[in-house]
Design a protein around this ligand. Structure first.
Ligand code: RIB
Length: 296
């Protein structure tokens, strides 16, 4: 079965700091590096490296970064023939700080990602028809995300939405069209529009029609909840050095596993394992393991 990933491409400018800056504070950074990122591209790379049949819909700028990103994606078996090139916006950028414990802050400047819009998705409607799973995040325009969910559902495709960064003005009517919603705890609160307990927030989203909810809880693993099941799927404890892109690795791995016939729980264990490897390495895309590494 095949996967259609729709989402952002960024150039990540990462700075290592001893601790994350507070409001108004100036810090001396230790090391600076450029790499490829963007939640959409990271998830597509995870699918490609882990062996999924994956197509990517995304928009980059008409610049060197855009070309390099596409070549890298193709080198890890992501189909990019439908990718768009903007002639008015540069490739998206993310400014990232990573502290000594591997925790991070991220600010994204959308650039060309703002042109991953409804018109572009309409031009690629046949890609929705020919896939089995549609994997989305929230770094492209909200109306395009909502259109993609409605379109995927019209063709009876499985929809996986990683609500990152989460938005509270998401169209509630679309919840019943989401097969898997995969927030972290903060994103769960934003999507549920409440700061009640995690259980209450999950329940509220299930009541609004989401079929399955997977809440990633860092080094504890992930909660899997639907109307019948509520289970914590634990992960291996590792020493994290960089958590950037770990959630993306989890999502790409999860959908890859589903597309290869694993059950929900098997797919979550597979995704936990991939993310546990990713956090022990630097960067977003380069930290994602290959299928061979997963089998070792
Ligand atoms: O999830 C990590 C990603 O968030 C980074 O690669 C950055 O580009 C932002 O999109």
């Amino acid at each position: 079965m095949s996967v259609l990933v729709i989402g952002s491409c960024n150039v990540d400018l990462s700075v290592s700091v001893s601790m994350l800056p507070k409001k108004g504070e100036t810090l001396l950074g230790q090391k600076m590096s450029y790499s490829f990122g963007g939640k959409g591209a990271n998830q597509a790379v995870a699918c490609g490296k882990l062996g999924a049949d994956v197509t990517f819909l995304s928009c980059v700028g008409n610049d060197e970064h855009g070309q390099e990103i596409r070549s890298y994606l193709e080198s890890v078996n992501v189909r990019c023939d439908r990718m768009k090139v903007s002639h008015s916006q540069p490739t998206g950028t993310a400014i990232i700080t990573v502290d000594n414990e591997g925790q991070n802050t991220i600010v994204v400047i959308a650039g060309a990602n703002s042109e991953c819009d409804i018109d572009y998705l309409k031009e690629n409607e046949d890609a929705f028809q020919s896939c089995d799973y549609v994997l989305l995040q929230m770094e492209i325009p909200l109306d395009a995300i909502e259109y993609a969910i409605a379109c995927a559902s019209k063709y009876n495709k499985k929809v996986v939405l990683n609500p990152a960064p989460a938005l509270s003005n998401f169209n509630e009517l679309l919840y019943p069209k989401i097969d898997y919603l995969t927030p972290n705890e903060t994103e769960l609160e934003t999507m549920a529009q409440s700061n009640h307990t995690m259980d209450d927030n999950i329940q509220s989203l299930l009541n609004r029609g989401v079929k399955n909810i997977l809440v990633t809880v860092g080094e504890s693993g992930a909660y899997f909840v639907n109307k019948q099941v509520k289970q914590l799927v634990e992960t291996t404890k590792v020493v994290a050095i960089d958590t950037v892109g770990a959630g993306d690795c989890f999502n790409g791995a999860f959908v890859t596993a589903l597309s290869q016939g694993m059950s929900d729980l098997e797919a979550i264990r597979f995704a936990n394992k991939a993310a546990a490897i990713a956090v022990t390495r630097q960067g977003a895309q380069e930290s994602i393991p290959t299928r061979e590494e997963m089998n070792n």
